[in-house]
Design a protein around this ligand. Structure first.
Ligand code: GLN
Length: 257
């Protein structure tokens, strides 16, 4: 009986060594690139991630950046769309490897996930109806009705306004529509996304007020402690060095970083 057990244990050890590769070999030190990089995003956040016109295929700054990162890492990029508030749970559940979604690096989120180096500087802004000249800054919204996208820094900011009645929506566009319909007095959200929205026709009824609030940095999120973050940072540094990052940045924002 004892012999059988010893044999079994040895067999298990041998199998697990085969699976992990022989300890101490040179190969082990080189990080094996993930063959498929499963990316999650919230696909209604132009110009960072949104469907190409008349197609389901996604495009945008984040999408092109993560494609380039995947290529650099030798991995095939597979993108799936979900609600912004579903991204961190999906990372934690292991359903996706990384999330790129104009996601601000915050202390709170850092407790749940690991972030890559920052890749874009953003910040929040307030959007109101074009005829609303009474408001100048966030202090004018005490007790007012504010819309924001669920789970975002815009929502957190809205909730910090004294007495404000905050309504959340799945997408930034839905929050803007609520403003258009007169359901709220303002929308708080990311400046580059609001600017894009205004430029694409939103300026017919809306405008931004005041200055961009404090700077926010976007990062690519991975499961807490994931080694992938290191690989992503390496790939991103290479793209910055070889000009690819600037090329993508210029394409979407019209100027070099
Ligand atoms: N930057 C904001 C945040 O991280 C909004 C992101 C988004 O809506 N995709 O909360």
């Amino acid at each position: 009986m004892k012999k059988v057990l010893v044999f079994l244990m040895m067999a298990i050890m041998a199998c697990s060594m085969m699976l992990t590769g022989c300890g101490g070999s040179k190969e082990e030190k080189k990080a094996e690139p993930a063959k498929v990089l499963r990316v999650g995003t919230e696909p209604a956040f132009a110009p960072f991630e949104f469907p190409k016109e008349g197609s389901k295929e996604l495009t945008g700054f984040d999408i092109e950046l993560v494609q380039a990162i995947g290529k650099q890492m030798g991995a095939k990029v597979e993108i799936s769309g979900m609600g912004f508030d579903a991204l961190i749970p999906a990372l934690n559940a292991g359903n996706i490897d990384v999330a790129i979604a104009g996601m601000t690096i915050t202390e709170e989120r850092k407790k749940a996930v690991s972030f890559s180096d920052p890749y874009y500087t953003s910040g929040l802004i307030i959007m109101v109806k074009k005829d609303n000249t009474a408001v100048k800054s966030i202090d004018d919204f005490k007790g007012k009705r504010i819309a924001a996208q669920i789970g975002t820094t815009g929502e957190m900011k809205s909730r910090s306004v004294e007495g404000a009645k905050v309504t959340t929506f799945n997408t930034q566009d839905e929050a803007a529509l609520e403003l258009k319909n007169g359901g709220v007095d303002a929308v708080i959200g990311d400046l580059p996304v609001m600017e894009y929205y205004l430029a694409k026709g939103g300026s017919q009824f809306a405008m931004t007020v005041g200055e961009k609030m404090e700077a926010e940095q976007y990062g690519i999120a991975a499961k807490k402690g994931s080694k992938l973050v290191e690989d992503i940072n390496k790939a991103m540094a290479e793209l910055k060095k070889n000009g690819e990052f600037d090329k993508i940045y210029k394409k979407w924002f019209g100027e070099a970083k």
